[in-house]
Each structure stands twice: as structure tokens, then as C-alpha cells.
Design a protein around this ligand. Structure first.
Ligand SMILES: C=CC1=C(C)c2cc3[nH]c(cc4nc(cc5[nH]c(cc1n2)c(C)c5CCC(=O)O)C(CCC(=O)O)=C4C)c(C)c3C=C
Ligand SMILES: [Fe+2]
Length: 435
């Protein structure tokens, strides 16, 4: 059971279920494929999900039928602590207007549309009029909501000279410096706005982005998109930690999303962090990382494990057997060598263990590189953090300098966004910035 795919209904969020105190192991057992389902019954769970705001506790991944709705409104945006859905369509937009009121109008229109898209409803009121183009493009008509979430953010360029917002740019929304080994292609970089669409159905996620782009006509255009996937809930009903395309469990070391205090430390901005408009928001780092799959596939299992500092089968740190065993970088073998190589990805990413981020990445596969004939496949790395400089940038600087994994990957795309605070009923996306 992966940490982020664990159901986190309020009945277990605070470590107690029906009055009984639970330890971590109990929680893991209970949140297995049948545990909570048997205790509460499928419909009870669906009801809970459909009525509560988008706190992680409402983001329960128990239902493989696609009927679950993740509430769009709440104190934080959905799609951040939400257990990762099966599919992603990530979209970066460029604004084509120079008028701030038009940007506001777009975000208001997106809000109305997003509330419908995430609840499985058709958007607009012109879907039956034979004399008009339908307001919804229709390909998700009849499909389940599929836990669709839409998460919106503003890139650093929104704060340039065009809209008079420069003074409101948060210091934490730092431009990324060049990192050693980067091979960035502008066609997968930057963006004035972003929308992360996630759903348990790719057509549902695609439909959301397509319709948001359609609504934006005349105000914003798509700049780049990337689809992503992980194993589906149907293929892994137990919800184990997903494996990346190198075959390793990816997400084990994430902080616990059900721990509100930890999320306040790692992910959410408070009003004392920076501009008031970001309170309840978070900063997103996106890196399109191509994996040199063909080279990796020729390396030995022991090299692969040394590269990550973890065992492939279990995901446990080298020398341990439990996936969630503490990553103890001081443990040595008989000859005094650290069991987890200091230049392994896990060791370097972990550092001294005090700086964390919440990773929510998806694998991608985008056909063949026409020049080399090799697969263009890898990871759309996505992380959420309170401060890009202190968290993402500091970590990526260490990784870029000496990560063993660098031999097998190259960063080809890059963007950062300030993800707005949650949207309250009657409000609109980005209202704290533009209202
Ligand atoms: C700067 C941040 C990071 C980038 C970029 C990154 C790329 C990247 N990672 C994997 C696979 C794994 N990463 C793992 C752990 C891990 N990675 C980061 C950060 C970045 N990764 C962190 C903070 C951690 C957690 C470290 C810890 O404290 O334990 C792992 C191990 C399992 C796990 O914990 O998830 C894997 C596997 C790939 C393939 C990749 C780029 C393509
Ligand atoms: Fe990593």
C-alpha cells in the first residue's frame, strides 16, 4: 500500500477508527483492498467522498468503478494531497491578452467549468441546441467523474511587466537556475498558467484540458502538454507504491499526507511565509525527465539497486526488508562501507532528512526519438513544496552534481508554478491574487 494511495477517510485520519486507537501498521492493514470497504460499505464511502471538502481525508481511492468525486472547493486545491489518480494530462498555457480583467474573466470561466468537469457534468448550457456548437465537446458524456481533479497555478512570467502584478510575485516562486546536465528544450518549459488534470480515466483528463483550452480562446493558448500514467487501480487493487519505468517503487519516502502538521511544514504556505494571497497555496516544480531506458536495461540488478540505494523487489533501503524502513545512511557493511551508497539517488535526495517535498510524478511515453530510434519515455516529475529555493532547488542541486541516476536520465523540460489556495464556493481560481 503506497502512502499516497492509502485511503484517508476522517474515520482513520486521526489514528482512530470507531473509537479504537490505531498504529501505523493497523492503518496499513485496514486500508488494504477490502479493509475499510468492508467496515463502511462501498456506498457509505462514496457518500463521504461526495460531500466533504477536498482535504486529503476526502480523497479516498477505494472505488474502481470511477464513480468517486473529489470535491473541487475547499481550503486547499485538490490534486495535491489527493492520492494520485491513474492518469495525468499536464498543460501549460501562455496568455495572449495583456489586459488583467481578461485574465480574471478567464479564471472565473475556468472555475465554473472546473466545478462541472470534476463532478462529471457537461459544461455550459448549450448542449442540446441544434443551432449552436455544443458548449461541451462531448467525449466525456456518460463517463464517470473518475476522481478528476484540476489544479491551477501561475508561472513566474505572470508577474512580468504585462499585468502590473510584479510586486505580488512571491520570493518563493524562484526561477530555477541551470542545473548540471540539463538539456532543456523550450518546447517543454515555462508557462504563464498551468493546469494539472488528473483522473482515473485518460479521456476524462484529456477532455478537461481540451475544454479549458477551448474556453481560453482569445485570452490564452496551450504552450505545452504532457500526458502521464501509472499502473491503474484495476491492475493493482491493493494500491502498492507505483513503480516507475526503471522498475523501482517510486514514492516510498514521501511525507505522510494525512499528517496535517507535516503538510503545513512541507507543502502549504501560511500567511507569514510570503504574500497573503498564497496562504493555503503551494509551489509546484515540474521536470520532464527522459530516462535512458535502453542503457538501464543493460545494467546489472546490483548496479540498479546501488543507483537508487533501494532493493528493486521490495523498495526497502539496501540491507533492509521493509519498504518503509527508515533510510539510515549510517548503516555499514562488515568492511565499514555504507550499505546505502552516498551517491545513490535516495541518499542524495534524502540529505540529512530535514528537507522534504511531496512528489506526485507520473511516467510518460511519447513515442520514438526520430534521431536515435530510442523511446522518448521517462518521468514527468512533479513536486509540491512551501519554498522552491529551500526544497526543490537545494535538492536538485545535490542530485545534478553527483546522483548515480544521472547516467540514466536527462532533464528535457522544466517549469515552476505558484498553485493558488483552494477555491471557496462562489469564489474563483486565483481570487486572492486578482480579486
Ligand atoms: C529534485 C528532486 C527530485 C528529482 C528531480 C527526482 C527525480 C527522479 N526520482 C526518481 C526515482 C526515485 N526517487 C526516489 C526518492 C526521492 N527522490 C526525490 C527527489 C527527486 N527525484 C526525493 C526527495 C526522494 C525521497 C528521498 C527520501 O527522503 O527518502 C526513489 C526511492 C523511493 C522513494 O522514496 O520514492 C525513486 C525510485 C526518478 C526515476 C527520477 C527522474 C526520472
Ligand atoms: Fe527521486
Amino acid at each position: 500500500m503506497s502512502k499516497q494511495n492509502k485511503p484517508m477517510d476522517e474515520h482513520i485520519q486521526n489514528g482512530s477508527l470507531l473509537g479504537k486507537k490505531l498504529n501505523r501498521r493497523d492503518m496499513l492493514r485496514l486500508t488494504g483492498a477490502s479493509g475499510l470497504g468492508l467496515l463502511l460499505g462501498g456506498s457509505a464511502i462514496g457518500g463521504i467522498m461526495g460531500t466533504r471538502e477536498n482535504t486529503p481525508s476526502s480523497a479516498v481511492a477505494l472505488d474502481n468503478t470511477g464513480g468517486d468525486i473529489i470535491p473541487f472547493h475547499g481550503s486547499h486545491q485538490a490534486g495535491i494531497l489527493t492520492p494520485a489518480q491513474n492518469f495525468l494530462v499536464f498543460a501549460a498555457f501562455d496568455l495572449t491578452t495583456v489586459k488583467l480583467p481578461e485574465v480574471r474573466k478567464l479564471l472565473e470561466s475556468w472555475t465554473t467549468a472546473a466545478a462541472s468537469l470534476t463532478s462529471g457534468k457537461l459544461i455550459g448550457d448549450a448542449n442540446d441546441n441544434l443551432n449552436l456548437p455544443p458548449s461541451d465537446t462531448g467525449e466525456a458524456d456518460g463517463l464517470q467523474p473518475s476522481r478528476c481533479t484540476l489544479t491551477f497555478g501561475a508561472g513566474p512570467s505572470l508577474f512580468d511587466a504585462r499585468y502590473g502584478l510584479a510586486a505580488l510575485r512571491p520570493a518563493q516562486l524562484a526561477d530555477l537556475p541551470p542545473f548540471a546536465g540539463d538539456s532543456l528544450d523550450p518546447k517543454w518549459c515555462r508557462g504563464d498558467l498551468c493546469v494539472q488534470a488528473c483522473a482515473d480515466d485518460l479521456q476524462v483528463a484529456f477532455h478537461a484540458i481540451r475544454n479549458l483550452a477551448r474556453i481560453a480562446r482569445g485570452i490564452a493558448v496551450l504552450r505545452w502538454t504532457q500526458e502521464g500514467f501509472q499502473r491503474t487501480g484495476a491492475a493493482d487493487p491493493k494500491g502498492s507504491t507505483p513503480r516507475n519505468l526503471l522498475g523501482f517503487k517510486d514514492g516510498t519516502g514521501n511525507p505522510e499526507v494525512s499528517d496535517n502538521a507535516e503538510m503545513d511544514r512541507v507543502v502549504w504556505n501560511s500567511s507569514s511565509d510570503g504574500p497573503a494571497w498564497m496562504a493555503g497555496g503551494t509551489y509546484m516544480a515540474v521536470r520532464r525527465v527522459r530516462l535512458r531506458i535502453e542503457v538501464w536495461d543493460r545494467s546489472s540488478l546490483s548496479d540498479q539497486e546501488a543507483t537508487f540505494g533501494r532493493h528493486r523487489k521490495t523498495g526497502a533501503p539496501i540491507g533492509a526488508t521493509d519498504e518503509f524502513a527508515e533510510l539510515d545512511l549510517k548503516v555499514q557493511d562488515k568492511s565499514g562501507k555504507p550499505l546505502v551508497p552516498p551517491d545513490s539517488h535516495s541518499a542524495l535526495a534524502h540529505g540529512d532528512g530535514t528537507v522534504k517535498m511531496l512528489r506526485r510524478s507520473y511516467s510518460y511515453s511519447s513515442g520514438l526519438d526520430p534521431v536515435t530510434g530510442q523511446l522518448d519515455a521517462g518521468l514527468l516529475f512533479i513536486s509540491f513544496q512551501r519554498d522552491l529555493l529551500k526544497q526543490f532547488i537545494a535538492t536538485q542541486q545535490r542530485l545534478a552534481a553527483s546522483d548515480r541516476l544521472n547516467e540514466y536520465m536527462v532533464h528535457t523540460g522544466s517549469a515552476v508554478f505558484a498553485c493558488f489556495p483552494g477555491i471557496r464556493e462562489g469564489g474563483y481560481i486565483g481570487q486572492s491574487l486578482l480579486g
